[in-house]
Structure formats: structure tokens, C-alpha cells
Design a protein around this ligand. Structure first.
Ligand code: 5AD
Length: 436
């Protein structure tokens, strides 16, 4: 989501006449987009902003802006730590960046510039409709599309409801128009983005023939002819109802890959996290999805070391992990976020234990991913070609519908095409093959 927000800001700036440079050292303006999910992410951003300020010594007109969740989370206080920052932009204000930069740039041309920072952190009605431009990075085969902003859940560990505000959905038609525009420019696959996409339009859009607004959106997008594939992230296990499960039967463009954050495999911990489902329900949902799409691929988010997590709780997470055999997982060590309910729980888990649990899951993940990729050897997979591979002359890269990365000898004409590749070998992160 941050990547998409950053792209949208870059597009607005390019439209305003600014140009993007390849190398950060050549820039007159650097904007940092930030994340607050874990303490480490915030520390990284603060470190980077601190490093950038050295550029001001050489160039008085150099502009540093900080945007996004950390700014929303820490507010103006951030300036105490980072006095050299010129612009602080909250998560609902990205679309004002061009105006603010224009005024900062103009100010620097004055004989007596006003050195105070511009700060805009408020809520803004309709901000969900502003993350739409793609001009900066056109002709991408795969594109992100932001369908909503905010989050109304209250997971006890999570800072996002504070930093991203209340859930607000874009209208279906506006999303369809954006995707049509992208497809005209060469996009063949979209990934729909929202904190909890299964909550899409819950307040704004009525159910139709017992189909949720999100399923209605998927149906409409499926009608776009040259759009070949649709992905989305992230659904919530609670909102993943039968209409969405059944949609996989009807909508062949939906990819056979579901990112379904579970967070923990222990019912006690799920309850403490205020995640309204059980391990049994989660596994049932996995089974239902496998019934509809037998070789469905799954990935997840897991937090290890949530306050009070016992060895038994963790063993249950490991068991669920082994049950699903995820292709991919983001495994997080619990990070205390000030202002969230879990931060005040006394029974915080020592770092060493978090680290060990993290390593155990990572090792399991490597083995599932290895096995999954090895299982593709000898099969022919339909892949969407994305572009040249990072390594290897004449090598190209694409993905299967299950999101496995495929490397093969190819050429530029294949980019954006769906082609068949016979898989010959595999590693933990990708498979290789030849076009058939
Ligand atoms: N500590 C560790 N991980 C967290 N996440 C959210 N909050 C925290 C936290 N305080 C993880 C969750 C979520 C993902 C985006 O980040 O797993 O799904």
C-alpha cells in the first residue's frame, strides 16, 4: 500500500512538472514515505531522515519531506527529533504534496525564505478517491489499485486504525474506470489494495443478490476484456464469506492465490488480539477454498511473541502452519506500539523467545516453499510475463496464477502476454523453464 501511495504521489509530481531522478544523490527534493506497523520501521525512517539532513549543509535549498503513517502516528513532535524536515504529510493528505512543494520551492527563491515546516495531518473527506494516478510508472504489466482507505477493526496489537483512520471506500465505477485506463496502457493484472478488502464498501454500497460490495467489484472488473488476472490484499478471515469463496468458481480471472492473515494459531491469543475467528474456522476456510480451487496457494501474516504467548500457544501456531503449508508468509516479531491495547500488557515476551519462534517458522516456511516449487517440475504453467529478469542475459520473469516466480529465456515481445512454460528446475524462491 505504501508503494502504491508513493507511486501516486510521484505521478502527481510528474504531472506538475517535477521530474524523477534515478539516483537519490541527484535529487533536490526527497520524500520519505513511512510505516508504523513496527518500531523498527519507524527507526529506519528516522535514521534515513537524519542522514539526509547532511545534504542541507551543501545545498540550502534541499527539501526533505516525510509522509505517511509515522507522521500520522507521531505528529508534530517528529520535528523535535527531525528539525530539518520541511514537510510533514499525513496519510489522508498525499494529494496536496504538489501544492506544498510548489510553495516550498517558491519560498526558497525569496530573498528571505520562511524556514518553518509545512504540516498537514488532518482527516480529509474523500481522500480515498485521490490515490488514482499512474502516469509516473505507465506500461507496467501488473499494477496496484487502491480501492479503499482506513481500517475499522481493532486488533489489539495494531497501530493502523490510528494512522489510516476510518474505513472509506471508492465507488465501484471509479475503480473500474481506473483499471480500464491501466489496461489500455498495457496492464494485464491488477492487485486491489485495502487494509481489509473484504470490508470494501460495507457502509457505502448495498448487497446485491446476497453478494457483498467486494464481490460485486470483482465481477465488474472481470468484465474488462484485456484484464487477465485479478489479485487482492488483504482479506480478513471473518469477512471471507461464502459469496467470495464461490466467486472463485465463477470468475476465472481471480488468481489461485489467497493472502489470508491469521496472526496466531491459538484461540486464546486470537481472542486476546481481538481477532474475531478461531483456528478451526480459519482452517475450515482454507479447506473450503481448496475445495473450490484444488491447487490454491496460500500466504499469511503471523505475529510471534504476542504478550502472554506460551509455548503451547506457539505450538498451535506451528501446527496450523504445518496444516496449511503456506507458500509464503510474513512472520513478524511482536512490536510494542504505544497507544495500542497490547502495549500495556505486562506479560511481554523476551526478545530471545520471539527470535527463536520466528526462526522456527521461517525454517518451516522455507521447506514448504521449496516443496511447492519442486512440485512444479515437469508441469506446464501458464504465466504472465512481467519483464526482463534481474539476472541473466535474455532471461525473463513472470508469475504463475499461484504467484510462483518463473524465470525463462524470452524476449521483449512476450512482455504482458500469457504464455506456457514447462518447468525444469526449482529453488526456494523461483522455478525455471522454457517456453512451450
Ligand atoms: N507487531 C508485529 N507485527 C505487527 N503487525 C501489525 N502490528 C504489529 C505489531 N505491533 C503485522 C500483522 C499485520 C501486518 C501488516 O503487520 O501481522 O497483518
Amino acid at each position: 500500500m505504501n508503494e502504491r501511495d508513493s507511486d501516486a504521489v510521484a505521478s502527481m509530481l510528474v504531472n506538475r512538472g517535477y521530474s524523477m531522478v534515478k539516483d537519490e544523490d541527484d535529487a533536490d527534493i526527497v520524500l520519505l514515505n513511512t510505516c508504523s506497523v513496527r518500531e523498527q520501521a519507524e527507526q529506519k525512517a528516522i535514521g534515513k531522515a537524519g542522514y539526509l539532513k547532511r545534504r542541507k549543509r551543501k545545498n540550502q535549498n534541499f527539501i526533505i519531506g516525510v509522509m505517511g503513517c509515522m507522521v500520522q502516528n507521531r505528529g508534530e513532535k517528529l520535528l523535535d527529533q527531525l528539525p530539518d524536515v520541511d514537510l510533514l504529510i499525513g496519510t489522508q493528505k498525499f494529494h496536496h504534496v504538489p501544492d506544498y512543494l510548489d510553495s516550498l520551492v517558491a519560498d526558497r527563491k525569496n530573498e528571505t525564505p520562511t524556514p518553518s515546516a509545512i504540516i498537514d495531518l488532518g482527516e480529509e473527506e474523500g481522500s480515498q478517491n485521490t490515490i488514482v494516478g499512474h502516469d509516473y510508472d505507465i506500461k507496467k504489466v501488473t499494477s496496484f489499485v487502491s480501492i479503499m482507505q482506513g481500517c475499522n477493526m481493532s486488533c489489539s496489537f495494531c497501530i493502523v486504525p490510528k494512522t489510516r483512520g476510518e474505513e472509506r471506500a471508492r465507488p465501484i465505477q471509479s475503480i473500474v474506470d481506473e483499471v480500464k485506463g491501466l489496461v489500455e496502457k498495457g496492464t494485464r493484472e491488477v492487485t486491489l489494495l485495502g487494509q481489509i478488502v473484504t470490508s470494501y464498501g460495507r457502509r457505502e454500497i448495498a448487497f446485491k443478490e446476497s453478494k457483498s460490495p467486494f464481490v460485486q467489484l470483482l465481477e465488474e472488473l472481470s468484465e474488462i476484456e484485456d484484464l487477465k488476472r485479478i489479485r487482492f490484499t488483504s482479506p480478513h478471515p471473518r469477512g471471507f464469506k461464502d459469496d467470495l469463496v464461490q466467486a472463485y468458481k465463477r470468475l476465472p480471472k481471480l488468481c489461485q492465490y489467497v493472502h489470508l492473515p491469521v496472526q496466531s494459531g491459538s484461540n486464546d491469543i486470537l481472542k486476546a488480539m481481538n481477532r474475531p475467528y478461531t483456528r478451526e474456522r480459519y482452517m475450515q476456510l482454507i479447506d473450503e477454498l481448496k475445495e473450490v480451487v484444488p491447487n490454491m496457494h496460500f500466504s499469511t501474516d503471523i505475529i510471534v511473541g504476542y504478550p502472554g504467548e506460551t509455548d503451547e500457544d506457539f505450538a498451535l501456531t506451528k501446527k496450523l502452519f504445518d496444516y496449511v503449508k503456506f507458500d509464503m508468509a510474513f512472520i513478524f516479531k511482536y512490536s510494542q506500539r504505544e497507544g495500542t491495547p497490547a502495549a500495556d500488557i505486562e506479560d511481554q515476551i523476551p526478545k530471545k523467545i520471539k527470535e527463536a519462534r520466528n526462526q522456527e517458522l521461517l525454517a518451516a516456511l522455507t521447506s514448504y516453499s521449496n516443496a511447492r516449487n519442486a512440485s512444479l517440475i515437469g508441469t506446464t504453467e501458464e504465466i504472465l510475463v512481467e519483464g526482463p529478469a534481474k539476472k541473466g542475459e535474455g532471461m525473463y520473469v513472470g508469475r504463475t496464477k499461484g504467484y510462483r516466480k518463473v524465470v525463462f529465456p524470452g524476449n521483449e515481445r512476450l512482455v504482458g502476454e500469457l504464455i506456457n512454460v514447462k518447468i525444469g528446475s526449482s529453488t526456494v524462491t523461483s522455478v525455471s523453464g522454457t517456453v512451450v
